[in-house]
Design a protein around this ligand. Structure first.
Ligand code: NAD
Length: 442
């Protein structure tokens, strides 16, 4: 068993019995060679040490996550809970710090692909990130305005008054350094006057905070414009709350052909919305898995991502892949990232709390930047596979296990049926049933 870790800061050793031994107090690397080959309990032990998890937190990860009474407090008409696999992607080096990335997802290969892409990025220093302040937009729709353009200016004249009313709604947010910072007013082609409150949400995703503010200022906005307010709601096109990440893949690490292949694949996505949709879906495989693991709102981030991908008027790639002057591959991503560490399910879901502890992020901005790096890595992994061997090869092993299970295989037979199908290159339910019959007949 290979439980050793590679990297410049050794944090553990293998004892003669092959057990992983922690060196207490030593900074740890996320570069965990052979992590995927370890039994689950060994993996859990390493993550426990990496993130200093308590026994209780480990128990939560073992599947005693969300209790029914907690679930009942989260949504309506609860009759149960729904489990999904919780994995960690390894090898991530972001701004010089090692991260283990919690990912909750039902799709095979995503965690492995992210880990691989993160590993190939390490020789050039990993990922580098930045972000804007965590500013969300709240919209107030006014109709029946006689002079919309004059009303726009009248609203802007009263900006301070409107912002003060908004901020009076959330003294806690203001205390933490957030609050309504600015306001903009747009006149739509149909004459509607749309006010945007720009709210710094600090460590909250902010939907509730923003919605409370836009509802509170609506009467004042009606009074100023003489129109009628209808909708008062957050916009998920969070174009002022952006997370960014960049990475360099050295030509000698991934090969010249792969560099060219990835650039060509990117150019396809850039030019064609049909391809861009799938290209961005691949990015969201990584993004949504971390968003979900940390108890954040996957739909909010997804809506923001896809709307931002069309902000130029034509839907396109969220990432860019270019070749630098020495033939290395350089990639970048910039996307809205409405995620929080307080509010919503982030605090109420016990597994989400453990995920945040594994990440060891201190602010929502840091979380957003890490997620952007994961999205970029995920995109690289998908393009690399597509531009070289195709994605099915990597997918097949786990997919074959699913097919074997669907065909009725249990216990050891799952692995046997799956391996046989992969060997034959026939991963299909009819073949799984045949192999199962043959094996059972033996
Ligand atoms: P929330 O209202 O539960 O928590 C945010 C509040 O926490 C802030 O208003 C502030 O008062 C307080 N707070 C304490 N410490 C803070 C800190 N360090 N930084 C910032 N605030 C701090 O949650 P929320 O984040 O306002 O709303 C998120 C929820 O809203 C999610 O569950 C989301 O699914 C849901 N939602 C989303 C949409 C949408 O995306 N369109 C719409 C409605 C609701």
């Amino acid at each position: 068993m290979d439980a050793g870790r590679e990297g410049d800061v050794p944090s553990g050793t293998n004892d003669p019995k092959g057990e992983y031994v922690m060196v207490v107090g030593v900074a740890m690397t996320s570069e965990l060679k052979g992590f995927y080959q370890l039994p689950l309990e060994e993996r859990l032990k390493i993550v426990k040490e990496f993130a200093a998890l308590s026994e209780k937190e480990v128990e939560i990860l073992r599947g005693r996550g969300l209790e029914l009474d907690q679930a009942q407090r989260m949504i309506e008409n609860v009759i149960g809970t729904f489990e999904l696999p919780f994995g960690v992607a390894v090898n991530f080096l972001i701004n010089g710090r090692d991260y283990l990335i919690p990912m909750v997802i039902e799709e095979p290969s995503v965690v492995a692909a992210a880990s691989n892409a993160a590993k190939s990025a390490r020789p050039s220093g990993g990922f580098f990130t930045s972000s804007t302040d965590p500013v969300m937009i709240g919209q107030i729709q006014v109709v029946n305005v006689i002079n919309p353009f004059v009303a726009r200016l009248q609203l802007l004249e009263k900006k301070k008054e409107i912002i003060d009313v908004a901020n009076a709604q959330d003294p806690v947010l203001v205390k933490f350094g957030g609050g309504c910072r600015d306001m903009e007013v747009r006149v739509l082609e149909n004459g509607m006057v749309i006010t945007h409150l720009l709210v710094d949400c600090r460590d909250a995703m902010g939907a509730n905070a923003v919605n409370t503010m836009v509802e509170a200022v609506a009467p004042l906005i009606e009074e100023i414009t003489g129109g009628r307010v209808y909708l008062r709601i957050l916009s998920n096109l969070a174009k002022y709350r952006l997370a960014r990440a960049r990475v360099k893949y050295l030509r000698e690490v991934i090969g010249e052909e792969t560099v060219d292949g990835i650039v060509e694949a990117y150019e396809f996505a850039r030019a064609d919305p049909f391809r861009a949709a799938t290209h961005n879906k691949g990015i969201m495989n990584g993004v949504s898995a971390v968003v979900l693991a940390t108890g954040n709102d996957t739909r909010a981030v997804e809506a923001g991502a896809h709307a931002y991908a069309s902000i130029s008027g034509r839907y396109t790639s969220l990432t860019h892949w270019e070749k630098d002057e020495t033939g290395n591959l350089v990639g970048s991503i910039e996307m809205p990232m409405a995620v929080g560490l307080v509010g919503g399910a982030t605090k109420s879901h016990p597994v989400a709390q453990v995920a945040v502890k594994i990440l060891q992020v201190k602010t929502a901005q840091e979380l957003g930047e890490v997620i952007a790096a994961v999205g970029l890595a995920q995109n690289c992994a998908a393009l690399r596979a597509l531009a070289t061997v195709g994605i099915q090869k990597g997918h097949m092993k786990l997919h074959a296990k699913n097919i074997a299970q669907m065909a009725g295989a249990t216990g050891d037979l799952i692995e046997k049926v799956a391996s046989q199908m992969v060997k034959e290159g026939k991963v299909r339910s009819d073949r799984a049933e045949e192999i199962l019959k043959e094996l059972k007949g033996k």
